[in-house]
Design a protein around this ligand. Structure first.
Ligand code: SAM
Length: 274
């Protein structure tokens, strides 16, 4: 009997994975958490039947959401990750000489699931520099400050993540950042959600002196072309010279392309400037 998992990327488009085995499924307080062993993409984590990561291509997203802000900042020692319960972003951040990484994940069961089924992704979560808070990131940034970099590695703007895509939230992030602070958020696909991408860019632009978008190809995400939006108080990412240290072990991110990441495909540039 054929076994498939399909993600409906729109009501008319779905991405399907042939499945070897359904390894785990549960309903947490916040979402349905599922783990599959797939034929071609390794292990797959879904939340509410939406692809979060596969072990075949997760490095792309996690490298791009981490190394671009960290090398743009150049001297980050205290970093905050909101969402990111699978641990992939934390794993990449720990390749830098950070002193503290705070992970604020609303759903403890996502962390526990990743620790059990995705050891290569969650491996950094037990590092002594990492502190995990099982809280709502929306509230956390109102009460905590002093971060050099803040990364919003959240689910889509529905349910508990909806408030992570608002001007008020970006203002609270601004206050939680140090004077040379930088925030990066995963900001969805311009292929299928152009209006949302434009709105997010404009919201962040209304708060930060420098707002720059960059993209990456993520085969298992809707539309495959993904955006990240960086807000910076004082650092211009397009002109900032990045250091050659630390030596990073990466498979997608490369320093040689760092500045060019901020050169957008013309259709994306047009989309966010409309
Ligand atoms: N890379 C994925 C993407 O782009 O969709 C995100 C991965 S990570 C698993 C997303 C995490 O955000 C989930 O574990 C979810 O529980 C968490 N999350 C959603 N809303 C949150 C909130 N308000 N505060 C903290 N964590 C939140």
């Amino acid at each position: 009997m054929e076994l498939w998992f399909s993600e409906y990327q729109t009501k008319n488009v779905k991405l399907s994975f042939r499945i070897k085995e359904i390894l785990y499924a549960t309903q947490s307080e916040y979402q349905k958490i599922s783990v599959y062993e797939t034929e071609d993409f390794g292990r797959l984590l879904t939340l509410d039947d939406l692809v979060m990561l596969t072990t075949k291509d997760e490095y792309i997203y996690h490298e791009m959401i981490s190394h671009v802000p960290m090398l743009t900042h150049g001297n980050a020692s205290k970093v905050l990750v909101i969402g990111g319960g699978d641990g992939g972003t934390v794993r990449e951040l720990l390749k830098h000489p950070v002193k503290e990484v705070h992970l604020v994940e609303i759903d403890k069961e996502v962390v526990e699931t990743s620790k059990k089924y995705f050891p290569s992704v969650s491996c950094g979560l037990t590092d002594p520099r990492v502190k995990i808070f099982y809280e709502d990131g929306i509230e956390f940034v109102k009460k905590n400050k002093g971060y050099d970099v803040i990364i919003i590695d959240s689910t889509d703007p529905i349910g508990p993540a909806e408030g992570l895509f608002s001007t008020q939230f970006y203002k609270n992030v601004y206050s939680a950042l140090n004077e040379d602070g930088i925030v990066v958020a995963q900001t969805e696909t311009p292929i299928l959600l152009g209006d949302l991408v434009r709105k997010i860019y404009k919201d962040m632009s209304s708060v930060f002196a420098y707002t720059n978008m960059y993209t990456a190809v993520i085969p298992t995400y809707p539309g495959a072309l993904w955006t990240f939006t960086m807000g910076s108080k004082t650092i211009n990412p397009v002109t900032k010279e990045i250091s050659s240290m630390p030596n990073l072990d990466t498979k997608y991110y490369t320093r040689e392309l760092h500045k060019s990441y901020f050169i957008l495909p013309p259709f994306v540039g047009k989309l966010i400037s409309e």
